[in-house]
Design a protein around this ligand. Sequence first.
Ligand code: ADP
Length: 253
Amino acid sequence: WKTIDVENRSKDELYEMEMTFNEMIDYLKENYEKQEMFVSNASHELKTPIQIVKGYAQLLKRRGVDRPELLHESIEAIDSEADRMKKLVEQMLSLAKNKETVSMENVNLSSLARDTAATFKGAYGREVNVFDAVGTRNIYANRDQLEQVIYILIDNAIKYSNGKVDVYITELNNEVIVEVEDYGNGISEEEQARIFDRFYRVDKARSRDTGGTGLGLAIAKGITEMHQGDLTVRSEVGEGSTFTLKLPVIVED
Ligand code: ADP
């Protein structure tokens, strides 16, 4: 039965198996490297606030008694660095949670965007306008997670611009579309490819000053993909940016 045909086929099959195996190894290696990178970035990001807290604590220990004027500055710094660590840990947990199963319900993106936008008025006193097309349908989603995505996009639009922020909600081809538009710094094409990566920030110092961690867009992307949606950016340096979130309306037959 050892015909040439069979021999060839088995060779092909072996080759195919080897390829599948190599692909599997590559995939595992890539995932392992990503994990390693995440842990290394996360520890680096946590180390900075820990060092600052430690520094002020030592300063207070040495000088706190004879220089009481240091007290106020130190307490302020310790308090804000503790907030930063809290945010980092919460965001890291949020990234991990994306993979878990979460409860789903019917969500109206127009009212969710309105409610989320309203929370910014009090906090920053900035104008966030919501324009929604009449009759956009509900989507089947986890409300808290989608609120988090919209919050991240509006928060960024406020942080990286000085003027107003516009939010548009429309529906097209069985998808509800949320666009968050600002008229701020903008993002270069090269950076647009990287801003969704974990811990990536275009301007580390500016992002840190505004309480940024570089995890927001990675979380937003993760949640969007979990909902079979799509999150993209269009931007022009010096003109502004528009983040577009598309989520499918699940239509029952
Ligand atoms: P961060 O916590 O630093 O805001 P994100 O993951 O939310 O982290 O965003 C990553 C980076 O993308 C930001 O540090 C910023 O440089 C850039 N970015 C995000 N949104 C905008 C925007 N609307 N305009 C300009 N740059 C933005």
